[in-house]
Design a protein around this ligand. Structure first.
Ligand code: TLP
Length: 340
């Protein structure tokens, strides 16, 4: 089976397992885990921020940031397809009293003009306190949010006094795809949540980055949410290997995704737009295969490819280091066969 359900399915590399076995550890609640400290320093440096904090998951990273970004009874603007709206169990309203305000936009984009039109003051209802973006954008098939859009949102945030947060679970993919440095992206945001356990292949973990003050407050919220861990350096060690060894190679995943999309688009009209494939994901339109999302997933499974129906009529394929170029070619043939 070629598993293209998600890049979250990746297992740790041999180098990660070795680093985990050999990690120097201490009690991180006491601030005494040297491996976690190294990871946090490395993340902060790469993203051009003062500090960073290791957290158990991307969801917790986002939710810690949203709590700090937006006081209860205020709202955070986000593209209607953002992960925080679809997959985080209503955590922002439940845990932080924050209303998420979904804004339509193409390819996961929150266009500055559309965002500006939704910024409200208390006298009109719910005051806006924050803006959240997602880089790359999951439900938009790994779409890269353009730099000028992010800069436009930064200008809006400065002008209107809003907090700008980035769900950067796959920000590494954006940087590799565009050549824009992590530091340049990072500098645009007041807070980021980044993940080591998606395309980078670490088994567990994410980090929040921001100013020293934001990260100190994030540490308190992490404790409140039950995310303060003890000798978690065994996990952070794998994340360090992910950062050091697994970022540049993402270009291979992007090439594999692009190659599959080109093959499938040529053979199955209307199934996929190859120009929309910018990073490690491909979205297939199940209708072009004469079926629906679950139907296409079932056919693909019968042909040796595991995929996920992310919508009733849409199937997502995700590439990672566990999918070789050969696997990608075999998967492309299976997808074409699924049309016949
Ligand atoms: N994404 C998962 C599922 O939740 C959909 C996947 O298979 O892609 N932000 C983004 C952009 C994500 O894609 C994810 C996970 C998260 C946050 C949450 O990370 P975790 O699973 O570590 O809480």
């Amino acid at each position: 089976m070629i598993d293209l359900r998600s890049d979250t399915f990746t297992r740790p590399t041999p180098a990660m397992r070795r680093a985990m076995a050999e990690a120097e550890v201490g009690d991180d609640v006491w601030g005494e885990d040297p491996t976690i400290k190294r990871l946090e320093a490395a993340v902060a440096e790469r993203l051009g921020h003062e500090a960073a904090l290791y957290v158990p998951s991307g969801t917790m990273g986002n939710q810690i940031c949203l709590r700090l970004a937006a006081p209860p009874g205020t709202e955070c603007l986000a593209n209607e397809d953002n992960h925080i709206l679809w997959y985080e169990a209503a955590a922002a309203p439940v845990l932080s009293g924050v209303q998420l305000h979904p804004v339509p936009g193409p390819r996961g984009m929150l266009e500055p003009a559309a965002a500006r039109a939704r910024v409200r003051a208390a006298r009109y209802g719910v005051p806006t306190s924050a803006i959240a973006v997602e880089q790359t954008h999951n439900r938009a098939g790994g779409a890269v949010q353009p730099l000028e859009v992010l800069e436009g949102l930064r200008a809006l945030a400065d002008e209107a006094g809003l907090h700008l947060h980035c769900d950067g679970a796959r920000i590494w993919n954006a940087s590799v795809a565009t050549g824009i440095s992590l530091e340049r992206y990072g500098g645009l945001f007041d807070s980021l949540s980044v993940c080591f356990s998606k395309a980078l292949g670490a088994p567990v973990g994410s980090a929040v980055a921001g100013s020293r003050d934001l990260v100190a407050r994030a540490r308190e919220v992490r404790h409140l949410y039950g995310g303060a861990m003890r000798q978690a350096g065994v996990l952070a060690a794998a994340a360090l290997v992910a950062l050091e060894q697994m970022v540049d190679r993402l270009a291979e995943d992007h090439a594999n995704a692009g190659g599959l999309a080109a093959t499938v688009a040529a053979a199955v009209p209307g199934s996929v737009d190859p120009a929309a494939v910018q990073t490690n994901m491909v979205l297939l339109d199940a209708g072009a295969f004469g079926t629906d999302g679950p139907g296409l997933v079932e056919r693909l499974a019968g042909l040796g490819v595991l995929a996920a129906d992310t919508d009733p009529d849409r199937v997502r394929l995700v590439f990672s280091y566990e999918v070789s170029a050969d696997d990608a070619e075999r998967a492309a043939k299976a997808v074409v066969a699924a049309a016949g």
